[in-house]
Design a protein. Structure first.
Length: 311
């Protein structure tokens, strides 16, 4: 349940006080009366410029992004850069010295994908959250992707970073497709929360989390976000969340079923995910085993064609 839904549930009630109602829906009482202050036009410009830099260079921490902003003539301090990146959900792993990590009581899991040969659909899923800009404002998008095929299994859009929209996306993916062997995410509080990890554990899914500060550990979904923004979001300049949702839905269909991918031998994610064809992932790995898998798959397809033609 997201924050806005919780706030809507709390109202004047003859039998329950506001404090009791807040307790029932796990809502901080101060949050009930909080009205967010809109960001200024200058702040929105900075948010959007940070997003552009991070999208092209997701391995940049706040220090490098701050330096890049300064190189572009932006007057902004390092602390404010870090603050904005946290608001945007871009940098969950770079706290100031002597600043505690958020939700440090959450259990962290090791990274399981190092040197792993990912050679079939539903072997590994990945999930991540990205900042999506609007003409006046911004929101967040979570996507769940099949690592091998690049097929987007589910997604959700939210105006807050509440864990509920991540849980909803995960539940939808598991309801529609076979469960993966491994789920990989970063160490963000949404993905380390019990609400999220308990679902994975209940399905006997192994949990893998990126090493601290290593954006490349989840490179597949970072590349998807870059494609989404450069091919759609930056070009469309969506005016509202409703307009964005309609546009993202169109892009997801195009990405999954129509857009050709060089790394998939110029096929679509849907063709790979549902066709179970072996494809060399040239951008991710040059392992000899992957080349052998592709050669075997090609040879098998050729033999099948010859046999079918001789009947």
């Amino acid at each position: 349940m997201d924050l806005n839904t919780k706030r809507q549930l709390v109202k004047d009630h003859k039998d329950l006080s506001m404090v009791e109602q807040c307790g029932l829906v796990d809502l901080n009482r101060s949050t009930l009366y909080y009205e967010p202050v809109p960001y200024s036009e200058e702040e929105m410009r900075l948010f959007n410029e940070i997003d552009l830099i991070y999208t092209d260079m997701p391995y940049y921490g706040h220090r490098k992004i701050w330096r890049e902003l300064m190189r572009r003539g932006r007057s902004i301090g390092r602390d404010r850069t870090l603050k904005y990146m946290r608001i945007m959900g871009l940098e969950p792993f770079y706290p100031h010295k002597n600043t505690s990590m958020p939700d440090k009581q959450h259990k962290l899991y090791p990274y399981l994908l190092k040197d792993m040969l990912i050679c079939r659909p539903n072997q590994v899923w990945a999930a991540d959250i990205t900042y999506i800009r609007l003409a006046k404002g911004f929101c967040y998008l979570i996507a769940v992707i099949d690592w091998y095929s690049r097929y987007i299994l589910s997604y959700r859009i939210s105006t807050t970073l509440e864990v509920s929209f991540c849980v909803d996306a995960l539940r939808e993916a598991l309801a529609k497709y076979p469960a993966p062997e491994i789920s990989n995410t970063d160490q963000g509080s949404q993905f380390t929360s019990a609400d999220y990890t308990d679902i994975l554990l209940s399905c006997a899914i192994k949990i893998s989390m990126d090493s601290k500060g290593r954006a490349k550990d989840n490179i597949i979904i970072e590349r998807f976000f870059r494609s989404l923004k450069h091919e759609d979001v930056y070009l469309k300049e969506y005016l509202s969340v409703a307009e964005l949702k309609a546009g993202i839905a169109r892009y997801m269909f195009k990405y999954n079923r129509e857009r050709l991918h060089e790394a998939l031998d110029y096929r679509t994610p849907a063709e790979i995910y549902f066709g179970r064809k072996e494809v060399i992932e040239t951008e991710v790995s040059e392992l000899p085993e992957r080349k052998q898998l592709l050669e075997i798959a090609v040879l098998t397809n050729q033999c099948s064609s010859i046999l079918n033609g001789s009947k």
